[in-house]
Design a protein around this ligand. Structure first.
Ligand code: PXG
Length: 463
């Protein structure tokens, strides 16, 4: 019999994790086998994580694109503590509400793009995207056009992991074998110039062509059947795909022309990530509905929201009967109190302006310094979202085969050298906390270069 590992050690936690804990998006067989178990994160402060072995990691991903105000902020903990003592829970069903839920609704209406004045709460981005599907179908039912029920989204989109939100998503590996997408969910190409542009097609022309793929799909399904188009302003989990400037204005025109609702999924892009409160602002998107999560509480507690435009809200309010949808934790008072404290902190510290004026330009400049590396085919960033694309051939930007292998190698070097940088296919993606300072960006770039060198060495490529 192997002896039991001592409690409160890495070996103990790993053993429990392997025995009892099913983590998301995990290859359980490999985790149990060659990987030897999970990394155990025990503490965090500012932009740094500490694992159970005492190793410090610079968190280039802000958790999962969410810890906007950084780790260890007492203001958020105190807001939760106070609210738990005052009113830890009450629901918002059956004509009740709580002060934090209504005060947060007002605050969100103030900071959201013009015309988004109503809010429906959930606890995750997936829930808010499920809510959007039901809200949109309810809207068209009330308008007397129930056949307008189809949704258009894009390849590489990530909108969540529930059945409806994974149907909206455009990642085939999340759909195959699960009976997804559900009927009525369609996908077109993303505005991803690097992979989808034709030879000699510039970004501006490509942006228009990618938008027109949405129009072609609307015409193929029939405009009288298409309910809505959904898109992340910048596709995050799909690899930080930053659309050409021509893309969103054309999408806006197409949706208006065919009377198709426009949904902006700002789960990653919202709350200062792009140097604006919401990415709809710089991209010129006027959404009918906008989904929020992650940065709404900086990930300290689960909360999500759907912002509803006056156009949709007025129809909902004039409709007969109830909107038969909601969650036990819709408008959870503790989560809403934390969100209010989080937004107050972002305002007080001027984090949106700090990103726009100081750290985003600095990150862009420092990323550019990696462009000469033999593995790097392209660097790109917008606000504090960035990507470093690894390619086999710099001139033609040909990918390594099989795609994903080299990105994973690089990611593992990053972990071993104190940097969390995720790989999406062979793109290394970045989304650090908004409180990151310029010397920490230097540290991040230095570590990234070291890990690119180590990856090149594995591949016998001279640096
Ligand atoms: N929309 C977007 C744009 C997202 O990025 C969701 C919705 C769903 O949110 P919830 O809270 O249900 O997870 C997300 C989530 C990754 C990764 O590996 C990204 C997400 C979640 C998990 C992993 O990049 N994004």
């Amino acid at each position: 019999m192997p002896s039991e590992p001592i409690r409160n050690t890495t070996a103990h936690w790993r053993a429990l994790d392997l025995r009892h804990h099913l983590s998301p998006f995990t290859d359980y067989k490999t985790l149990k086998g060659s990987d030897g178990g999970s990394r155990i994160i025990t503490e965090a402060k500012g932009v740094y994580l500490t694992d159970s072995e005492g190793q410090t990691l610079l968190d280039g991903m802000a958790g999962l694109w969410c810890v906007n105000v950084g780790y260890g902020r007492p203001e958020l903990a105190e807001a939760a503590y106070r609210q738990m003592l005052e009113l830890p829970y009450y629901n918002t069903f059956f004509k009740t509400a709580t002060p934090p839920a209504v005060e947060l609704s007002e605050k969100l209406a103030q900071i959201a793009p013009e015309g988004l004045n109503r809010v429906f709460f959930g606890s995750s981005g997936s829930e808010s995207n499920d809510t959007v599907v039901r809200l949109v179908r309810r809207y068209w039912n009330l308008k007397g056009q129930p056949e307008k029920s189809h949704f258009i989204s894009r390849t590489h989109a990530y909108h969540g992991s529930t059945m409806a939100s994974a149907s909206l998503g455009g990642m085939p590996f999340m759909q195959e074998g699960f009976g997804l997408p559900l009927p009525g969910f369609h996908h077109v190409m993303p505005p991803y110039w690097l992979d989808f542009a034709q030879q000699a097609e510039g970004p501006a022309d490509f942006g228009l062509r990618a938008a027109r793929a949405v129009e072609e799909k609307i015409l193929e399904i029939g405009p009288d059947k298409v309910a809505a188009f959904i898109g992340e302003p910048i596709q995050g989990a799909g690899g930080v795909i930053i659309p050409p400037e021509t893309y969103w204005p054309e999408i806006q025109r197409i949706c208006e022309r065919h009377d198709v609702l426009l949904i902006a999924d700002e789960v990653i892009c919202g709350f200062g990530r792009t140097g604006h409160w919401f990415a709809s602002e710089p991209f010129g998107i006027r959404p009918d509905l906008m989904t929020l999560a992650k940065g709404i509480t900086s990930g300290y507690i689960p909360l999500s929201a759907v912002m509803v435009s006056d156009r949709v809200g007025e129809v909902l309010e004039a409709g007969e009967g109830e909107f038969a949808h909601g969650y036990t934790y819709s408008g959870h008072p503790v989560a809403c109190a934390v969100a209010l404290a989080n937004i107050a902190l972002i305002e007080r510290e001027g984090l949106v302006e700090k990103v726009r004026e100081e750290t985003a330009p600095y990150l862009a400049e420092r990323l550019e310094s990696l462009a000469d590396h033999p593995l790097v085919g392209q660097v790109r960033s917008f606000g504090l979202l960035g990507a470093i694309e690894l390619v086999e051939d710099k001139a033609s930007r040909k990918h390594f085969e099989p795609i994903g292998r080299v990105g994973t190698l690089c990611r593992d070097h990053c972990f071993a050298n104190g940097l969390v940088m995720r790989a999406v296919r062979d793109g290394m993606v970045l989304s650090p906390p908004l409180i990151i300072e310029t010397p920490q960006i230097d540290e991040l770039i230095d570590k990234a270069r070291l890990c690119l060198d180590l990856t090149a060495k594995d591949l016998d490529i001279a640096v």
